[in-house]
Design a protein. Structure first.
Length: 315
């Protein structure tokens, strides 16, 4: 069989997952092309936390270092967005948003998620700074401060319980959590979590644009230092739409199914990081990318032997 592929593997996304896969495949002497639109999910934060050996790094420095490491093993990078993926007889074609078609034997989808925040004035501008989603990423930095938990669904209640671990001064802004029954209110009250059922209409900020609190529907104000809230998550997987991959329905939405090795329901497509696992932080995304990279290499090793045997048989 003639090899008409540009590369062995195209990786979509150069975040923690995609770069980890690129490093593994580069070190496996595979030809790798990484396409990326340069919008990693944590680009709003100045520092990353919960990352052994990399705690406190600027996400931009971390990714630049990861890219340089992958490039040192031969991985190529291109700024481009994937628009569609189609099957071919021996691999996959990736069409980019500018219409370029690139062929590979395997694909690793590592394009992450998009966070859609509630459209409240003053909220989005603090995302990753004083409007936070994950206490394991940012809880230590705001420990002991006046924290609000802004519910966007009934799961906000879980968030309110969790955030209490980092501060004794927590207000649960519960309007979008649904009715809070007496037992739940008693439990929250037992650890001094204040329930504020009035709807939040605005996040207030001072002249330096630092968060000062939230304005309520009746004009009342709650003073706060930081807010935890849950964004609406949307996987960046539109380019796979035509392939009808198996999906997992989760409380966070519908995500492409990938097993522990990153295998999807398509034998030539693997997925790693937030695109398949909305709970993954940076280390978990790195480990998923590392696993997917090594599994794709093994898959190609198997195919290389099969093709070589076929050629001998045909001779
Ligand atoms: C504000 C904030 C702060 C965070 N802080 C922390 C922290 O402190 N510690 C921690 O462990 N985790 C943190 N996280 C979580 C962390 O950002 C994610 O776990 C991690 O980015 C997931 O890695 P990923 O590689 O799956 O996706 P991403 O890092 O989001 O990378 C995906 C890449 O794919 C690209 N892309 C998207 N669509 C396409 C397309 N169609 N074609 C080509 N490329 C595409 C994007 O531009 C992006 O570069 C934070 C998240 C947020 C929102």
């Amino acid at each position: 069989m003639e090899n008409t592929h540009e590369v062995d593997v195209i990786i979509l996304g150069a975040g923690a997952a995609g770069l980890s896969a690129a490093q593994m495949l580069g070190r496996s002497l595979r030809s790798v092309l990484v396409l990326d639109t340069a919008s990693p999910r944590n680009r709003f934060a100045a520092h990353m936390h919960g990352i052994l050996g990399g705690d406190g790094l600027d996400p931009r420095d971390f990714l630049a270092r990861g890219r340089a490491e992958a490039e040192a093993y031969g991985a190529q990078f291109r700024t481009a967005g994937a628009a569609a993926v189609a099957e071919t007889a021996t691999g996959l074609d990736v069409t980019t948003t500018d219409g370029t078609v690139l062929a590979a034997r395997r694909l690793i989808a590592a394009t992450g998620v998009r966070d859609d925040l509630p459209p409240l004035p003053g909220l989005a501008e603090g995302w990753g700074r004083d409007v936070l989603h994950c206490p394991y990423c940012h809880g230590w930095e705001v420990r002991g401060q006046r924290l609000g938990v802004l519910a966007t669904s009934p799961m906000g209640l879980h968030h309110a319980h969790l955030i209490r671990q980092w501060s004794a001064d927590v207000v649960f802004l519960s309007a979008d959590a649904g009715p809070i029954d007496e037992t739940v209110a008693r439990t929250l009250g037992a650890r001094d979590v204040v329930i504020e059922p009035r709807r939040v209409v605005e996040v207030t900020r001072n002249d330096a644009r630092a968060l000062t609190g939230v304005r309520l529907e009746d004009g009342g104000h709650v003073e706060l230092d930081a807010i935890f809230t849950a964004a609406d998550l949307h996987p960046n997987d539109g380019y796979l739409a035509g392939l009808d991959l198996e999906r997992d329905e989760m409380p966070f939405g519908s995500f492409i199914h990938a097993d522990f090795a990153g295998r999807t329901s398509h034998p030539r497509i693997f997925a790693a990081g937030n695109i398949a696992n909305p709970m993954a932080n940076v280390p978990i995304s790195m480990s998923a990318g590392t696993m997917a990279g090594s599994m794709v290499n093994m898959d190609l090793v198997t195919e290389d032997f099969a093709l070589a045997t076929e050629r001998i048989d045909a001779a």
